[in-house]
Design a protein. Sequence first.
Length: 242
Amino acid sequence: MKELEIGKIKIPYKVIWSEKRASIGISIDDSMELKVKAPTNTSFNEIKNVLDKKKKWILNKIKRFEEQKPPSLEKEFLSGEKLKYRGRRYRLKVQKNQEIKKPKLKFQNGTFNLYTPKYEDQDQKRKKEIKKTVENWYKNKAEQDFPNRVYKYAPQIGVKPNDVIIDEMNKKWGECKKGEIKLHWKLILAPVKIQDYVIVHELTHVKYEKHNKTFWHTIGSVMPDYEERMEWLRKNGKTLKI
């Protein structure tokens, strides 16, 4: 397997030859596998030239996938850990404040600032209270953001939902019942384009109950890349947790 060098980074890539292709295309997925699809008569120099021009794009893709990787251990809510928000991971900075009785969380300049009381060492309440604070922060953000975007997309589908509810849901990201849209608050952890897919999906159910051709055609008319977004959610939905 050949390698692309970007500074000190070496990225292996696989070339897939095709008689049907007219030009060179590159892709990289969340497994960090770089694929180059090229016409059969393409030289490796031509491939190298395309990859050189796309180095910045490749690095940005890798960076985004790294940011979306789930942490391997359960969070302790300590400085240096990262919290997900709208598809990215941001650094957590913990500051103790003896003047407060309950934890407080703020998002400022790309950093989560967590203010906590001075808990005793090994305090069992610490993690429980902080986790609840973080969950409430996410829920509040979802309650602020999601209804606005529901009502933004509703006219494009030609519907008027009766209500928008943000809640915890079991094995669902959203649902529509009797014109009422319900969305899982943990969607706030996902990229905005994924949130919008779920919103458009449920809004379309206001009009069409079943997943028939008309249903999917309606979604596609508003969101042509909906299949890509749906696949992202299928692959990464389990990572949307605190």
